[in-house]
Design a protein around this ligand. Structure first.
Ligand code: C2E
Ligand code: CA
Ligand code: CA
Ligand code: CA
Length: 280
């Protein structure tokens, strides 16, 4: 038993070291990815429910690795959030998104549209984040009206006072504030009152429930009603089928986003669509 105990211990030690080495390698790889422009943004369009016009686009990060190909965010963001590298990623995403959006605005292709950027991580310095956003807006010349930032309640609730202060400054300047994945995890209606918001993004699970649960309609309608009572713009996420779209048509949901209307796509393809379908 003694020997086995030692073996287990050695095994554990080795496994720990391997995990540490793996984390270290991933850290370096991710840092390199940012430096070598292997982190890229995909763009997913959002449309007005009634007119069908393009209203905005959500920027969604991807890791284009020369060896492993296109890596989705859920495979590296949790790690980046854990080790703090997410802060550099947040900054990069803001700058990249605003730079591209200003190009589209200048080309007359994005005049009434907005680009949405996801911000996540623990221990975010919101004061600094706000300053970064203002600096990027100034550097790129993008009118704040064209920018929206998306935060989950979890991110907002870590430092509610600091978040409120920064979001108020941004909102006053014209930047839109969206609450993301609404209705999941940490949701509370009081959050709608607590934070300065413009937009509520209804989580995909509620759209899925339209078909799968008896009271899915009623639940979705109630959420939209509450959002409207707070004067929020409502976006439905993850719309995949015609039935879902039809159901949403009868509700006061302002905008739709999902595979049915358009998948996240590389910049080149999105720009091609801006020149054609999206600006007719
Ligand atoms: P999210 O912010 O809720 O983004 C929506 C996710 O749903 C995206 O996944 C999008 O591709 C996917 N989606 C959109 N429409 C549909 C649909 O009709 N059906 C299905 N099944 N999925 C749909 P993605 O791009 O893999 O991103 C996953 C999450 O990673 C995002 O969830 C967000 O939390 C995070 N993320 C993505 N990009 C960034 C970023 O640039 N910065 C930060 N901090 N987080 C990001
Ligand atoms: Ca989002
Ligand atoms: Ca979401
Ligand atoms: Ca999400």
């Amino acid at each position: 038993a003694k020997i086995q105990g030692r073996d287990n211990y050695q095994f554990f030690q080795t496994a720990m070291n391997e995990a540490a080495v793996a984390r270290f390698q991933l850290s370096n790889r991710l840092r390199n990815a940012l430096d070598n422009r292997q982190l890229i943004l995909y763009y997913q369009p959002q449309f007005a429910t009634t007119s069908g016009r393009l209203t905005g686009v959500e920027a969604l990060i991807r890791w284009q690795d020369p060896e492993f190909g296109l890596i989705p965010p859920n495979q590296f963001l949790p790690f980046a959030e854990e080790n703090g590298f997410i802060h550099q990623i947040n900054d990069w995403v803001i700058r990249e998104a605003c730079t591209q959006a200003q190009k589209w605005v200048s080309a007359g292709l994005f005049e009434d549209s907005r680009i949405s950027v996801n911000i996540s991580g623990q221990n975010i310095n919101f004061k600094r984040l706000g300053e970064t956003i203002f600096e990027v807006l100034k550097d790129t010349g993008l009118n704040p009206y064209h920018l929206e930032i998306e935060l989950t309640e979890r991110v907002m609730m870590e430092k509610p006072d600091e978040v409120c202060h920064t979001l108020s400054l941004l909102k006053q300047a014209g930047v839109s504030i969206a609450i993301d994945d609404f209705g999941t995890g940490y949701s509370a209606l009081s959050h709608l009152q607590l934070f300065p918001l413009n937009t509520l993004k209804i989580d995909k699970s509620f759209i899925d429930n339209l078909q799968t649960t008896a009271n899915g309609h009623a639940l979705l309608q109630s959420i939209i009603g509450i959002a409207k009572s707070f004067n929020l713009r409502v976006v439905a996420e993850g719309v995949e089928t015609d039935d879902q779209r039809l159901a949403l048509d009868g509700m006061a949901c302002d905008e739709l986003q999902g595979y049915l209307l358009g998948r996240p796509m590389p910049r080149e393809l999105f720009e091609q669509r801006l020149l054609t379908d999206y600006n007719q």
